[in-house]
Design a protein around this ligand. Structure first.
Ligand code: DCB
Length: 511
């Protein structure tokens, strides 16, 4: 392997890359003329992408490592890839890739450079490093790919949309059974074939952005905004929602309406409509009762996965909301909830985008101490087992207005926030006072749902009171999602006809 890597460094022949038509026989002792990869291996050798060994072999079935793979991508993207003088031979290349946003800090470390690269990571590096184009077909046919990639559900949610991009660009085809096999290694022949196909498709020479966008103060409390690429993994410090660097961050965005009723408004286009106006979070309200998840779990889960992946692709934070409503006690479906959160937190385990809201609005004869807290103590460990650091949002009684109760009797876990919900036509100063009480007790608060209407989602709109509320939240640096991104004939709906409703125009202006 050492010999190979040394030799490898001498191949800096970018010019020939432009001549990708070069084929010819491979002429390696271990590459039969009729192997599926024979002509690809010839192109790899001719272009200098992957050289052979001094003994005349190519070793097409040997696995390729992170360092080797990233080095080839860098050479394709920039025309060169210098070995480092000190430390690991690929140290400088890996640093360049990291600084270019091809991978995140928690994905590859120096101990992994010489390990085999799994296919999901190869897909990400190809898609970002070679700037594979995203076209309309990818967006419209995402569902088709979900069905045609047989093991789609085993792809970690952080990577699914980039895997789809590779398929859509002809870079990946799947195995003979239609599986992608995300965790499997790649052989040298497979890696080379993928990269050659990507070079045929990619925006060659297009350099990805290197620096995250500047962060600007948004509220009295000097919070920052920006998407996941700018802020990374969220954490709760001193009762405040903070970004990975420890700076207070504020999230503003829309909540969907009931996912099973209005899935069309969780598409890339609609989510982008909000991010384009400055939103950095999207909440997916997955009703449990009312004909939602409990009665059609598989269908609704598919809608949910699609929606979450859409938000991830738009660099948004995304809240998975277990939207209890007529099922007022979260204990009613606690077993289904355990199963659901186990599954989604595994899928999005190392995805910094995802926040989990485990009970939308407990109501009826439920109390924090007897029902909601025990429920939270059941679900939180399930999520934590898969995703130890993610933010978990917990509701309270009376449609998440009894926030004084968790403030007096908090959960003994880190990275927890309590949700407070309000409707401007119904809830006023007393609820703002209650928020201040909870903050005073050190309870972190997130308004995951509020409306410009009355509490039934209709009436008004009450824009003056809404503005009073948002000014209050700004002054406390509290994050919020507005109910709701849909075109239902009710005043809280943000959409109307082809554009924004009265509520939507107001809310979008406050992102
Ligand atoms: C919350 C729920 C949310 C509900 C909105 C507006 O409920 F989280 O699901 O959304 O606030 O009421 C409404 C939709 C309607 C739909 C209805 C039933 O806008 O289109 O038909 O859900 O699915 C609240 C919030 C506060 C209070 C009461 C309710 N409150 N509630 O303070 O009295 O009864 O739904």
């Amino acid at each position: 392997m050492k010999k190979f890597t040394k030799k490898f460094a001498q191949f800096i022949i970018f010019a020939t890359l432009l001549c990708l038509c070069a084929t010819g026989r491979a002429a390696f002792s271990d590459v039969p003329d009729d192997a599926w990869y024979a002509s690809d291996v010839g192109r790899m050798r001719d272009t200098g992408l992957i050289a052979g060994y001094d003994d005349g072999t190519f070793r097409p079935d040997a696995t390729i490592t992170y360092a080797e793979f990233v080095t080839i991508i860098k050479r394709c993207a920039t025309g060169e890839a210098q070995n480092s003088e000190n430390g690991h031979w690929a140290g400088a290349v890996m640093e360049y890739a990291y600084n270019s946003g091809w991978y995140d800090y928690d994905e590859i470390n120096a101990d992994m450079y010489d390990k085999p690269i799994p296919r999901y990571m190869a897909a990400k590096l190809i898609a970002l490093g070679l700037a594979l184009p995203e076209n309309e077909h990818e967006k419209n046919a995402y569902w088709e790919y979900m069905n045609s990639i047989k093991d789609f559900n085993s792809i970690n949610g952080r990577y699914a949309y980039l895997v789809v991009r590779c398929y859509n660009n002809g870079v990946l085809n799947g195995d003979e059974n239609g599986n992608f096999n995300p965790e499997s290694d790649l052989t040298r022949a497979e890696a080379g074939a993928m990269i050659l196909r990507a070079m045929d498709m990619s925006h060659t020479g297009a350099q990805p952005a290197t620096a995250p966008p500047a962060q600007s103060p948004q509220s009295d409390l000097n919070t920052v905004k920006g998407g996941v690429s700018a802020n990374g993994r969220l954490q709760v410090l001193g009762g405040r929602l903070c970004n990975e660097a420890g700076n207070p961050v504020v999230l503003h965005g829309m909540s969907s309406h009931g996912l099973h009723w209005f899935p069309q408004f969780t598409s890339r286009e609609y989510i982008r409509m909000t991010s384009g106006s400055g939103a950095n979070v999207f909440r997916i309200a997955m009703y449990t009762a009312e004909g939602g998840y409990i009665s059609q779990p598989d269908n609704v889960k598919t809608l949910l996965t699609t929606a979450v992946d859409n938000a991830i692709a738009e660099d948004m934070y995304v809240i998975i909301d277990w939207h209890i409503l007529s099922d007022g006690n979260p204990m009613t479906y606690v077993n289904q909830s355990k199963e659901f959160f186990n599954e989604v937190s595994a899928r999005y385990a190392n995805t910094p985008n995802v926040l989990y809201e485990i009970c939308n609005e407990p109501n009826g004869g439920v109390s924090w101490a007897n029902d909601i807290k025990p429920y939270a103590e059941t679900i939180i460990p399930v999520i934590r087992a898969n995703s130890p650091d993610s933010i978990i949002l917990v509701g309270s009684g009376t449609w998440s207005q009894d926030i004084n109760e968790p403030a007096d009797n908090p959960l003994a876990y880190g990275n927890i926030m309590y949700t407070c919900h309000f409707y401007a036509g119904t809830h006023g100063q007393w609820l703002r006072d209650r928020i201040d009480y909870a903050l005073g007790k050190g309870a972190p608060i997130f308004v995951t749902e509020w409306g410009t209407s009355a509490a039934d989602g209709n009436g008004g709109v009450y824009l003056e009171e809404s503005a009073r509320w948002l000014d209050f939240l700004d002054s406390r640096g509290i994050s919020w999602c507005n109910w709701s991104l849909c075109d239902k004939a009710e005043s809280s709906a943000a959409l109307s006809g082809d554009g924004l409703s009265q509520s939507g125009s107001f809310v979008f202006s406050r992102f």
